[in-house]
Write a protein that binds this ligand. Structure first.
Ligand SMILES: C[S@@+](CC[C@H](N)C(=O)[O-])C[C@H]1O[C@@H](n2cnc3c(N)ncnc32)[C@H](O)[C@@H]1O
Length: 349
């Protein structure tokens, strides 16, 4: 069994793949360790729970029976690929002894295998892993190969140019008619009152709080970080146009307001699903992201306190994190996420 920090196995079929370029221009700002792997696993379960996909995993428009080749790009802890591979309609078809007409292959890639599950888990499900930077073209052997590509949670990884390259590269590996599944958050977070006010005013966009309040301080850290690192802050607005300009079509797009912290007690998920059991995991996940993002903000010199004053030094950052956690644990916040199903046209223009 490989330990988590060892390189993932590169399977024979993709042995020609180059490891990610060492001259990568995109700045990924979240941690690459075991704690982050656990956070990603918990976050995946929380989203699945919110979307009421405990048994289906995939959106209704995707029939697992129709899938023969699937890739999880920027797979992180591989929570999605492991879950798909474990579906009763999929698992028996993964064995290499399955007749070709019925067989399904599942691949997972990332710039690092540091958060992949233990190798025996990967092997038991016959998942093929490889290292790849999605802003670089995939090898020709993978072009037009996949019925379904999953690519999610790259908010803190890609610039506008990075998204353009990534979408172009993913389009190239989809079969004509193949689908791309995406799930991306916006950088900003919202209070329930922000969402209520926007709905009452029929506002097209939620107003982003950047005032002297705890949510303003959080948004300052999240949004300034994404800006400084060249990342896009408002993906629910920007992604659809980027997807269309990459030559993919949009089959479905849904914006979700996901409750975090104590809001899980009162706000329900899709189909009225209770979120009460997710309060603890959302508190842990939120604390980990605030820790990581405020550390980067301090390093880059743009961390501001609830009073709007610049925070200098680790002690000030820790105090701010404690204040933010206190407010968050009491009130909770909403995260806005966009779920998209895009498709490579059957006939290329
Ligand atoms: C927030 S994690 C999300 C992981 C997984 N998709 C999920 O939803 O749990 C983002 C992942 O993207 C990977 N990543 C960052 N930049 C990348 C790039 N340019 N190409 C491929 N993967 C990248 C990171 O290593 C990390 O595993």
């Amino acid at each position: 069994m490989l330990s988590h920090d060892m390189k993932p196995v590169v399977f024979a079929s993709v042995a020609a793949l180059e490891p990610p370029s060492s001259t990568m221009k995109e700045a990924y700002i979240l941690p690459q360790d075991d704690a982050e792997r656990r956070r990603l696993d918990e976050q995946y379960v929380m989203f699945k729970h919110f979307l009421d996909r405990d048994t289906t995993v995939l959106p209704e428009s995707i029939n697992p029976e129709d899938l023969h080749c699937v890739l999880d790009v920027a797979a992180g802890s591989m929570a999605w690929s492991v879950d798909v591979a474990s579906l009763p309609q999929i698992r028996p078809r993964l064995s290499p002894s399955t007749p070709l007409s019925k067989r399904i292959e599942i691949y997972a890639s990332d710039i690092t295998g540091a958060k992949f599950p233990p190798q025996d888990v990967i092997d038991a499900l016959h998942i093929k892993t490889f290292l790849h930077d999605v802003t670089q073209p995939f090898p020709a052997a993978l072009h037009a190969k996949f019925d379904l590509v999953n690519m999610r949670m790259l908010l803190y990884a890609l610039s506008r140019e990075g998204w353009i390259q990534a979408l172009r590269n993913v389009r190239q590996i989809l079969k004509p008619g193949g689908k791309l599944l995406m799930f991306e958050p916006n950088a900003a977070v919202f209070l329930p009152s922000d969402i209520d006010a926007a709905m009452q005013n029929h506002a097209e966009e939620l107003p982003v709080r950047l005032d002297n309040s705890w949510v303003g301080a959080l948004n300052n850290a999240f949004i300034e970080n994404t800006r400084i690192n060249g990342h896009l802050t408002n993906l629910s607005k920007e992604l659809p146009a980027l997807i269309l300009s990459s030559g993919l079509t949009l089959s479905a797009q849904t914006t979700h307001h996901i409750p975090l912290g104590p809001l899980c007690r009162t706000v329900r998920g899709v189909h009225g699903r209770s979120m009460a059991s997710e309060e603890g995991s959302t508190i842990r996940a939120f604390a980990a992201v605030v820790e990581a993002i405020t550390a980067v903000a301090l390093r880059d010199g743009h961390l501001r306190g609830i009073d709007g004053e610049r925070v200098c030094g680790e002690e000030g950052r820790r105090r701010l994190v404690r204040e933010l956690s206190c407010m968050f644990d009491e009130v909770g916040i909403f995260k806005v996420c966009l779920e998209v199903v895009a498709q490579r046209p059957l006939v290329s223009e």
